[in-house]
Design a protein around this ligand. Structure first.
Ligand SMILES: Nc1ncnc2c1ncn2[C@@H]1O[C@H](COP(=O)(O)OP(=O)(O)OP(=O)(O)O)[C@@H](O)[C@H]1O
Length: 651
């Protein structure tokens, strides 16, 4: 464990003042963030100039606005209009305030002057209320729109993802794009929220600048001078926060991973038995200290930046008062206007700071939304297309000719020129050592993957010509890693054919097929028991119990082509024997059964056995023929038989 201890003490700083995080973490290697698509844009705006960033915004915002329009039609224009009007009301408040001050301060206070000022004062109040109402209305409309955008973006992504070719959805690069897109779907609502904030800030700023210009042309540049230091401080801190977040996010994810490992239920056994808790805690503390140091650095930088910008702003304000004093003494600006000038400058400064931060936020969120769009488009391109010929009856025969298949990013083909046949009423077994291509072949036979060379024929049509949805209707699959749906026992079986009307007799029959009935009988709430220990009231099943549920599910699917990929690996010997008897019954009932297994004793009854080695069929025939051949199958079979004899004590 010593060797894994970090050699960099947390809190040490780089020459640029940032906390040094080791390039290669002793626990996470080169880091999680490298593989996470969504992380690539964190702090994306940090390297760009403010104006470049501003110029790229419209392109990014177009995607989100398109989505907002689809999700809520007029809601976005209504929200933006409300904020624009709120901005105009800000201008009205300032102008009316000025009118009141002019009236009240243009001479000694008299009752007459007060009475004259009352209607304008009322105007100030009305404009102020209107501003609040309009601004709140904009927020309320946006509050209604935002979840709709969430739903529209997420549903569009999910709809497209579910139709993507299996080989693509399993590809790491596509998975990365999907993780970025899932983050982007959540950002779409934020883009519109920030855009509305930007409109509010911009109109408020324009109103303040307009009022100042009306009062005296020199006052507007004066406001700019006063706001420059605060705007500089805001931009600098936004940048620094971006850069920090980039590092902070990475640390945060590592901390979350460690915390999940420490409190999670699946690693709990090993955390205790291997006493890994102390090790994990040690690294948690180490990373937490790095994170603390980074936050402390940021807080220090913020304090220094604020001090500097406040200092310069103070000087600018002093100069402003000087200029204002000069304008007052020269009579260019009446004394009564001075109050309005100060209020307008304060309003303008606040809006300018909000504007800068909205632009930064918009840019970053916009990039995430761009990922979402890219993933949706790519998913559409990669959707399962297949042919147009509908398969309306079960195939009598499936055969593969000269089948080649290489996974993306692999150099070696996983299947290299396979020929094989399976007919209705037959059990065909695929055997061979780990990685020889059995599972891949089963997926090609059922149209889950398409061959790069050669073809799989379902009667007179290739899987490429057939409409894949109708082809899948004839397939039932018990995969090695079949899904443990976090739903009730009933749904876990009936999801095998979710379009079928509830059929209690069929459910009972399927449960008996997989011996899942014995499992369900022992559950507290029977078929309604939730099979998800992660939820309150959920139950945990053992591996073998799950396998029985999986078998029942495949049976309930009632398909003519059934693939069993290691269906009994977790079953006890009695259950295993029974399952193989029933697999035989399935074939006798007119189904084509493809059985992938390492249990050679159970393939004796298969009509044909294909022995695979590095993607090729090296032997095929019945059990007796292959034993007589005395080749690889005979060797593997004898090895297993001997192992079995050795493990059973002789009487
Ligand atoms: N999704 C994938 N991406 C890349 N390569 C893969 C993928 N799935 C399988 N392979 C590769 O294809 C080859 C055949 O794998 P396959 O799973 O078909 O073998 P198998 O005979 O079923 O193995 P096992 O008996 O261990 O289940 C292996 O070299 C494996 O590394």
């Amino acid at each position: 464990m010593e060797g894994l201890r970090p050699n960099s003490r947390p809190g040490r700083h780089r020459s640029d003042g940032q906390v040094r995080i080791p390039e290669v973490d002793p626990l996470f290697g080169s880091g999680i963030r490298m593989t996470a698509g969504w992380a690539q844009h964190d702090g994306a705006g940090a390297d760009l100039g403010f104006w470049t960033l501003l110029s790229r915004l419209p392109r990014l915002m177009r995607i989100s606005f398109g989505l907002a329009w689809q999700a809520g039609h007029l809601l976005l224009p209504v929200a933006v209009t409300a904020k624009l009007l709120a901005g105009a009301a800000t201008g009205a408040v300032l102008l009316a305030t000025n009118a009141v001050l002019v009236l009240l301060l243009s001479g000694p206070p008299t009752l007459e002057r007060l009475t004259q000022a009352l209607p304008v004062l009322l105007g100030v109040a009305v404009a102020g209320v209107a501003r609040s109402v309009l601004s709140s209305m904009g927020d309320a409309v946006n509050g209604k729109l935002a979840p709709r955008i969430d739903r529209a973006a997420t549903v569009r992504l999910l709809e497209r993802a579910v139709r993507v070719e299996l080989v693509i959805i399993k590809n790491a690069e596509f998975r990365n794009l999907m993780s970025a897109a899932a983050r982007g779907a959540l950002s779409a609502r934020m883009v519109t929220t920030y855009a509305i904030a930007l409109v509010e800030a911009l109109t408020g700023l324009v109103a303040a600048a307009g009022v100042l210009t009306v009062l005296h042309p020199l006052l507007m540049p004066l406001m700019v001078v006063v706001t420059v230091p605060s705007a500089w401080g805001a931009v600098r801190m936004a940048r620094a926060r971006f850069v920090s977040m980039k590092r902070w996010t990475e640390l945060q994810r590592q901390l979350e991973t460690l915390s999940e490992l420490l409190i999670g239920s699946s690693p709990a056994e090993e955390v205790r038995a291997h006493r890994a808790g102390g090790f994990l805690l040690h690294h948690y503390q180490r990373l937490a200290r790095l994170s603390e140091a980074e936050q402390a650095r940021l807080a220090g930088l913020e304090a220094r930046t604020n001090l500097m910008s406040d200092g310069v702003a103070g000087l600018a304000r002093l100069a402003m008062y000087g200029v204002l004093g000069a304008l007052l003494t020269s009579g260019a600006v009446p004394l009564a206007v001075a109050g309005t000038v100060i209020i307008a400058i304060r309003t303008g400064t606040g809006h300018l700071t909000a504007l800068v931060s909205a632009v930064n936020d918009l840019y970053e969120q916009g990039l995430f939304v761009q990922d979402w769009k890219q993933a949706c488009d790519r998913a559409e391109q990669e959707a399962i297309r297949g042919g147009t010929i509908k398969l309306d009856q079960p195939p009598d025969q499936i055969f593969a000719r000269n089948l080649w298949f290489t996974y993306p990013n692999n150099e070696q083909p996983s299947l290299a020129g396979i020929d094989m046949t399976v007919r209705r009423g037959e059990i065909v077994a695929l055997v061979g050592e780990n990685g020889s291509g059995k599972t891949t072949l089963a997926k090609l036979l059922t149209g889950l993957y398409m061959p790069q060379r050669g073809a799989v024929w379902w009667d007179g049509r290739t899987t490429a010509e057939l409409d894949r949805a109708t082809l899948f209707d004839h397939v039932a699959l018990v995969a090695q890693d079949f899904v443990h749906w976090p739903f009730t026992a009933r749904v876990n079986v009936t999801i095998g054919r979710s379009t079928r009307r509830p059929d209690a007799a069929a459910l009972r029959e399927s449960a008996a097929f997989g011996r899942a009935d014995e499992v369900v009988d022992r559950l507290d709430a029977g078929w309604e028991t939730l099979l998800a220990p992660e939820f309150l009231g959920g139950t945990m099943l053992s591996g073998g119990q799950w396998q029985r549920i999986g078998l029942a599910r495949a049976h309930y699917r009632n398909a003519s082509v059934v693939i069993f990929d290691e269906p009994t690996a977790a079953l006890d010997p009695r259950a295993e024997l029974e399952v193989f008897d029933r697999v035989g019954d399935l074939a006798k009932g007119g189904r084509a059964v493809i059985l992938v297994t390492h249990r050679l004793a159970s393939v004796r009854r298969a009509d044909r056995i294909y022995v695979l080695d590095r993607g090729r069929v090296i032997e095929h025939g019945t059990h007796d023929a292959l034993m007589a051949l005395n080749g690889r199958y005979a060797e593997l079979y004898s090895l297993q038989a001997k192992q079995h004899q050795d493990s059973v004590p002789s009487s």
